[in-house]
Design a protein. Structure first.
Lengths: 118, 334, 580
């Protein structure tokens, strides 16, 4: 088991080292002469009006919630697909029921207008 | 477990990182040259023969650039965000097999880093992580363009991740395994693109959106949000984002080629295992060419239409594709 | 100016407002003089009863040392024909005029410009702020008694440079040397702009809740001046909710170069190359408009061959401008430069011709009063023939094939940025913007100038008023231009290209004149007042890009951020002309 994942962990460590290495190289060689104007957030050359980060539109949260719902569904698909050949037609019918229930939810969300961006 | 095995893994990891970063450098050149040809231009051809040293020059330039942190930015997150973006991009291809096995200095070396039995799940989870980097970059910059860009990116990537995940189901269903090695072996005689063209198309579309490439390059829509979530990044921090984007391009091409185009499979690959990586390379190069071609040709979708397309078209289509593939699998027999 | 109003009787405007309206009796002048008190009534009557529904131009002229300034209004009918010109005379000391922005929405930006340049305040104007100059600016520069810090003389040629002057320039006397110092007490870092505050306040005022149910933060985002897709230093301050535009205000003036002030110091001929710099994509059209205005004052007409050459050049300019706009519109939609570079390829071929006839690719400076500067050779005609009979029609069809039915293009452009016919006329929109909204108004047909009445061509018109239709109108117009050039190439006679001998210092009699052409961006007009000296007293440019921007805010409301960029691209502005 460990043998399977150890190489990935090694790669992960090395990739992290690489990422920070790049940051350090930039910090070492880049000049550093900040001024007030340079450090101002960029807004097409104007002094920004109001803060840059603030409450965001509620639609984005909606997308996030929907994503969680449907992503779990995707996760259910994967093990089903692995054992599909053993189970045969039974698996298909089972999954059709599952998809059917999901579709009801999907249609409900659609009709409620949660997928609209207007 | 012996030390030689660990050394083998370390060497392979280093090779993967080198191939990915080097690949990133030359994909930028590749893109610029191909794009130029499509636009009746010549493209960079002055630094080195045919511009081959151009990426090096670009890299050196970026190293010596000043890095700025905007006033009011969340400094720690601002610095960490590019690293968080680049790491998943670097490790996502760890599970992709490059070939069968070769005999190297008397040692049988499999041409893959790891062949885990949940490879597909691994890919899905790693790609999810890269969304964090982009969101955090947009959030921590204290910049309106960056925030809008980051939000767009997040919403877009998670929406298309659903379709991407479902596109994976077809090959798994056919093979009965989540290991990419098994999936490639199963395509020895027939590539999956022939069996499940719909899944292939869904994968292509969703992967373009996943790596923020045209016509889904909304998050960095230059014409609207200047540079989107990396507006405030300069120097090597910017280079990290750039690197992540191009490495992800290579990554989705590799994974796509593995899932649908037979991976390293090709004529004579059994007799000459070294042909495996070459076949994979050719397939990836063609896939990248396609991405560049699309970028040169298509205008950008508008954001709300893009989201609508993802949810209202691609998602139902993916469900249909899974059912069709399942029925087909039963009819063919197995 | 030969009186346009006489041609349909005076409708007794004078007897209708006794004592308040009279004819302009000065020699060389025309139109009416209206008392400020009844201006609004008068304008409304002219619009509703006489049908002059298109406010073409508002400007002013200063008659220093007399205590007199004219505010000049010029109106046309969208059905064509000559226009009506009327003026309000105000004192230089206390200059107030009622605003016409309640009757003509298109007056808004032009009145702001007059306020900025002349200090004439428009009562009841919704948003009277400086527009081209920054709000720390002292004075109103187009007043004749306004002097810049290094003032030399009122008119060129300056004595110390001509004919054998000492060439000691006033700049050398600059106490600030490289202009790095500021006056005592002025702190550029701490200068806070009232204009900015007023702008943001005006935006915040309109912040209504969009859908009524969920309250989210509304953000004010500046798009520009340093933005990749505003065609230069143009700025839009937008109030957003999510990604939807609730209100938007254009801000301009970053590229202001005192064009009109310089123009009034120059001699008449010296202004010709200056017009090139207005809309630097289509210098030939700019030359054309200015030449027409001055020729009206001088009462000369160019010889036949020159007229044909002028038409050919103006139409080639239109093609090059439209093809570029089409390409860059696609760029605005996110199509990574490919269409624009394809368009630039064709434009290069047209520029080759310009280079061959005038010696310059962009700043042509080719027209003169009473003709063009030099003849064109047969080889050029042969080149143009090849271009218009073969290459250009083919390439325009190619563009048509690539873009017109592209799914994404249609999705992005159809029904976006809609301007109805009434709105378009009210906002004084011109050119393709107006014609895409279903108003078939083209100066070449409405009031034919030069020899346009000899050619067969159609006015391109579409009816939806969205970005897609603007694109289609431009495509159609290119085809019509090719048609015109084909006829002109066929008919062009031989002969001289200049009336009389060429002269550095043409005699321009006193009077006023307005010359206008249908430029690629819309109606390009030059309002010239001469007092018989070697410099124009008033030199005003009716810049179509500038006036078309009046409608930007209206078109953008309720659209997405991405659409605004495309809408701006479809208006087709050139900052050199907007800011002057």
């Amino acid at each position: 088991m460990l043998n399977d994942y150890l190489p990935i962990i090694i790669l992960l460590v090395l990739a992290t080292v690489l990422g920070f290495l790049v940051l350090i190289i930039g910090a070492l060689f880049g000049p550093r002469r900040p001024t007030q104007r340079k450090a101002a957030p960029y807004e097409s050359g104007m002094i920004p009006y109001g803060p840059g980060t603030r409450r965001i539109s509620v639609r984005y949260y909606l997308v996030a919630v929907l994503f969680i719902l449907f992503d779990i569904e995707t996760v259910f698909f994967l093990p089903w697909a692995v054992v599909f050949r053993q189970l045969g037609w039974f698996a298909l019918i089972e999954m059709l029921v599952f998809i059917g229930i999901l579709l009801i939810g999907f249609v409900y969300v659609w009709k409620k207008g949660a997928l609209e961006w207007e | 477990m012996d030390a030689a095995l660990i050394w083998e893994w370390i060497i392979k990891s280093v090779v993967i990182l080198l191939v990915m970063t080097g690949g990133f450098a030359y994909v930028t050149l590749y893109e610029r040259r191909v794009l130029a040809r499509m636009q009746v231009r010549i493209g960079p051809n002055r630094v080195g023969w045919q511009g081959l040293l151009q990426p090096v020059a670009d890299g050196i330039k970026l190293i010596f650039k000043e890095e700025l942190t905007p006033v009011g930015a969340d400094r720690l997150i601002f610095i960490l965000a590019p690293v968080i973006t680049v790491i998943p991009a670097l490790i996502v291809t760890a599970v992709v097999p490059w070939g069968t096995e070769v005999n190297l200095f008397g040692r049988i070396v499999p041409l893959r880093l790891a062949d885990i039995n949940v490879a597909v799940l691994y890919i899905l989870s790693v790609t999810s992580i890269s969304v964090y980097g982009i969101t955090l970059a947009g959030w921590s910059s204290n910049n309106k363009y960056a925030m809008l860009g980051g939000l767009r990116a997040t919403a877009q990537m998670i929406s298309y991740e659903l379709a991407l995940g479902m596109a994976f189901v077809g090959p798994i269903l056919w093979t009965g395994s989540m290991s990419l090695g098994d999936i490639v072996s199963a395509q020895k005689n027939l590539w999956f693109v022939v069996i499940m063209p719909l899944g292939f198309i869904i994968y292509v579309i969703a992967s373009l959106a996943e790596v923020n490439r045209s016509p889904f390059d909304m998050p960095e829509a230059e014409q609207e949000l200047t540079a989107g979530y990396h507006t405030e990044y300069s120097g090597m921090k910017f280079a990290l984002f750039f690197m992540a984007e191009y490495i992800k391009m290579i990554g989705v091409s590799m994974i796509g080629a593995t899932l649908f185009l037979g991976g390293y499979q090709g004529p004579f690959v059994d007799a000459y295992p070294w042909l495996g990586p070459i076949y994979l390379f050719i397939k990836v190069a063609l896939w990248l060419f396609f991405m560049i071609w699309v970028r040169a040709t298509l205008p950008r979708f508008r954001y709300d239409r893009l989201m609508a397309f993802g949810w209202k078209v691609l998602l139902p289509l993916s469900l249909l594709y899974i059912v069709v593939t399942a029925v087909l699998r039963l009819l063919v027999g197995g | 100016m030969n009186d346009p109003v006489d041609s349909f009787m005076n409708f007794d405007l004078i007897s209708r407002y006794p004592g308040l309206v009279k004819k302009d009796q000065r020699t060389g002048y025309s139109g009416y003089i209206v008392e400020a008190d009844c201006l609004v009534q008068f304008a409304r009557a002219v619009r509703d009863e006489l049908g002059f529904d298109y406010l073409s131009m508002i400007t002013a002229a200063d008659y220093y040392p007399d205590d007199l300034m004219d505010v000049i209004y010029l109106l046309y009918r969208t059905t064509g024909g000559p226009g009506i010109l009327f003026k309000v005379q105000v004192s230089r000391l206390d200059s107030k005029v009622p605003s016409l922005s309640s009757i003509f929405a298109g007056a808004e930006l032009q009145e702001r410009e007059v306020w900025d340049m002349y200090g004439i305040s428009f009562e009841d104007h919704p948003d009277l702020r400086r527009i081209l100059l920054w709000d720390g600016f002292e004075g109103h520069p187009l007043r004749k008694d306004w002097k810049e810090p290094l003032f030399e003389e009122d008119s060129k040629p300056y004595k110390d440079r001509w004919p054998a002057g000492k060439h000691k320039r006033q700049e050398d006397l600059n106490p600030f040397k490289n202009n790095v110092s500021y006056p005592i007490g002025f702190e550029p870092e701490h200068f806070s702009s009232n204009n900015e505050k007023a702008l943001y306040d005006a935006l915040n005022k309109t912040s209504g809740n969009l859908n009524g149910s969920l309250k989210t933060d509304q953000i004010i985002v500046n798009l520009g001046p340093q933005h990749p897709s505003t065609h230069g230093v143009f700025r839009m301050a937008a109030l957003l909710e999510g990604e939807t535009i609730i209100d938007l205000k254009p801000v301009m003036g970053y590229l202001h170069r005192s064009h009109e002030k310089i123009g009034e110091r120059n001699t008449f001929l010296q202004n010709m190359p200056y017009t090139d710099r207005l809309d630097y994509i289509s210098s030939m059209s700019n030359n054309f408009g200015y030449a027409l205005a001055v020729e009206k004052l001088m009462a000369v007409t160019p010889p036949e061959r020159a007229e044909y050459i002028r038409v050919i050049m103006a139409e080639l300019t239109r093609i090059s401008s439209h093809i570029m706009t089409t390409g860059f519109l696609l760029n605005e939609l996110g199509a990574m430069f490919t269409p624009s570079l394809y368009a630039l390829e064709e434009r290069e071929l047209i520029l080759d011709i310009f280079e061959e006839v005038s010696g310059s690719r962009m700043m042509c400076n080719y027209f003169r009063f009473g003709g063009v500067v030099r003849d064109i050779s047969d080889s050029v005609i042969e080149k143009i023939r090849k271009l218009v009979f073969n290459r250009l029609p083919r390439k325009i069809d190619e563009l048509d094939r690539y873009l017109t039915h592209n799914e994404i293009v249609r999705l992005r452009t159809e029904g976006v940025g809609v301007l109805t016919a009434d709105e378009a006329a009210a906002y004084s929109a011109g050119g393709p913007l107006l014609r895409a909204s279903g108003v078939p108004y083209d100066v070449r047909k409405a009031e034919p100038y030069s020899i346009y009445d000899r050619f067969k061509f159609d006015v391109a018109v579409r009816y939806h008023g969205d970005i897609y239709d603007r694109y289609l109108v431009r495509l159609d117009e290119m085809r019509q231009s090719i048609r015109i050039i084909q006829q002109a190439i066929h008919d062009i006679p031989s002969g001289p290209v200049m009336t009389g001998k060429s002269q550095y210092q043409p005699k321009v009699p006193a009077g006023e004149a307005y010359g206008r052409v249908e430029g690629p961006k819309g109606e390009l007009g030059f309002y010239i007042v001469s007092d018989g000296k070697q410099n124009p007293r008033r030199y005003h440019v009716r810049a179509p890009s500038f006036i078309n921007l009046t409608a930007l805010s209206e078109m953008s409301k309720g659209e997405k951020v991405a659409d605004v960029i495309a809408i701006l691209g479809s208006i087709d502005i050139i900052l050199g002309e907007v800011d002057r």
